[in-house]
Design a protein around this ligand. Structure first.
Ligand SMILES: C[S@@+](CC[C@H](N)C(=O)[O-])C[C@H]1O[C@@H](n2cnc3c(N)ncnc32)[C@H](O)[C@@H]1O
Length: 194
């Protein structure tokens, strides 16, 4: 098992979690658009919209080429992201709360800007962490690239590296594969390295 992220604090945190759980994995800082692996993997995955951080077509293509080079022939790449159905509410938001022991985390996502033609949105992530009467607040604005089903199909078909094997949503019902079309929002693509 190996994994990376551009964020050093995220990798430090993950290393602490692995140590605490007495697990081992190769985790390090790297860039999705230009990484290389010596040993080929059977499966790769990239979930929860991370792929949408890649700002343009060139970065997305470069990423897919890096993943293809890191997988053995016939290997699988699992890519999870939100697609944009044509009738999607451009002002959409989301809020969730999670508790762990004394700690309560509330996350609020709000679309600040939406640019359909330029294919990006700015999403504000506001996090409130409460513990023992103490409150911490964090706020980050991320620029995320927008994909419709057709744009995602075109991207996959733009190179020879991958074949689309199956499509699911975030219910992960393996016996009930879906179609890559405009009915989908939450999307999990199963790509096979040719
Ligand atoms: C939705 S979070 C996912 C966090 C974590 N990797 C996971 O899967 O739970 C998106 C992550 O993408 C990372 N990221 C953004 N651009 C990146 C890039 N070019 N290369 C590697 N990681 C990147 C950010 O640092 C952020 O941690």
């Amino acid at each position: 098992m190996a994994g990376f992220d551009l964020s050093e604090p995220a990798i430090k945190y993950l290393k602490r979690r692995l140590r605490r759980s007495r697990l081992s994995a190769e985790v390090y800082v790297d860039d999705m658009t230009e990484f290389r692996r010596k040993k080929k993997a059977d499966v790769g995955y990239c979930m929860i919209n991370t792929f949408r951080h890649l700002a343009n077509e060139a970065e997305a293509i470069s990423h897919l080429k890096c993943v293809a080079a890191a997988l053995r022939k016939g290997g699988i790449y699992i890519l999870g992201l939100h697609l944009l159905p044509p009738d999607a509410d451009e002002e959409d938001g989301e809020r969730w709360t999670a508790r762990h022991g004394q700690t309560k985390v509330t996350m609020t996502l709000r679309v600040l800007e939406f640019h359909r033609r330029q294919r990006y949105e700015i999403v504000r992530f506001s996090m409130r962490v409460s513990r023992a009467g103490r409150d911490l607040r964090f706020r980050t604005d991320y620029r995320l690239r927008i994909y419709t089903a057709a744009q995602m199909k075109a991207l996959i078909n733009s190179g020879p590296e991958f074949e689309l094997l199956n499509v699911y949503d975030f219910c992960y019902e393996i016996e009930e594969p879906l179609k890559l079309n405009d009915d989908l929002g939450d999307t999990v693509l199963i790509l096979q390295r040719r």
